[in-house]
Write a protein that binds this ligand. Sequence first.
Ligand SMILES: NC(=O)c1ccc[n+]([C@@H]2O[C@H](COP(=O)([O-])OP(=O)(O)OC[C@H]3O[C@@H](n4cnc5c(N)ncnc54)[C@H](OP(=O)(O)O)[C@@H]3O)[C@@H](O)[C@H]2O)c1
Length: 244
Amino acid sequence: MDLSHQAVIVTGSSSGIGEAVARRLAGLGAGILVNSVTSVEAGERVAADLPDALYVQGDISDPATAGALVEAAQERWGRLDGVVNNAGVTIDVPMPDLEGVTVEHWDKVLRTNVVGTFLVSQAALPLLREADDGWIINITSLAGTRQTGSSLPYAVSKAALDHLTAIMAKHVGGNVRINAVAPGLVATPWTEDWQALREGVAAIAPLHRVATPEDIAEACLALVATTYATGQVFLVDGGLGLTL
Ligand SMILES: NC(=O)c1ccc[n+]([C@@H]2O[C@H](COP(=O)([O-])OP(=O)(O)OC[C@H]3O[C@@H](n4cnc5c(N)ncnc54)[C@H](OP(=O)(O)O)[C@@H]3O)[C@@H](O)[C@H]2O)c1
């Protein structure tokens, strides 16, 4: 696939899945806007490592960030073809601890994962509609469809993102495609302290391992290439969901 004519925003691309997606798309020629919020040096390093990339710091839960990302892409490439809404957060409250979840937790997780993702997509729509084949991919989670995940607000936020994906795909108009990739457990900095969980997943998942960030990047690429699919959630979990 040749993406040398495409410009793509990847939110949260200083590490993990976002970094792998940025590297994979850049390897096919795409110009990449790399983004993160606190890990500025890491984000700048990723951008410097790619043939045609730009780093823009910004918190997607801040309404000003969406416009800033899209304006920076337009200024650099004069176009925008794709957005990978990858940035996301959770809280440190285990799923069964229903009493431990506070209104501040809900505000943080929903504002970032759902509202932030929506605002970036909304800001990108005018340019995506001008593209021949504009697309958005939301990184959701197996936690959005199973009663599992790092926290209750996180799982609920990912379920909301799946629904957001379908509703936006129905109404977006033009040639814009909106899909989601829902990973199971992925070996990224986010999960590096969860060694027991990683081993447990590898033991029960039909494909007997956790995902690499590159597995998820490959799934994103498959959706970029599948030009007649929209409103879909592509579960990429090594079969883990079949066991839950
Ligand atoms: N790892 C898994 O098992 C797994 C499974 C299913 C879904 N996911 C999803 O995959 C996505 C990426 O996770 P990961 O595992 O690759 O984690 P990661 O390595 O920790 O990367 C998270 C990235 O998101 C950025 N970020 C966080 N909050 C942000 C914000 N408000 N605005 C902009 N950037 C922000 C981080 O930047 P800073 O360092 O600057 O905060 C970092 O670049 C998340 O949406 C997560 O829910 C992960």
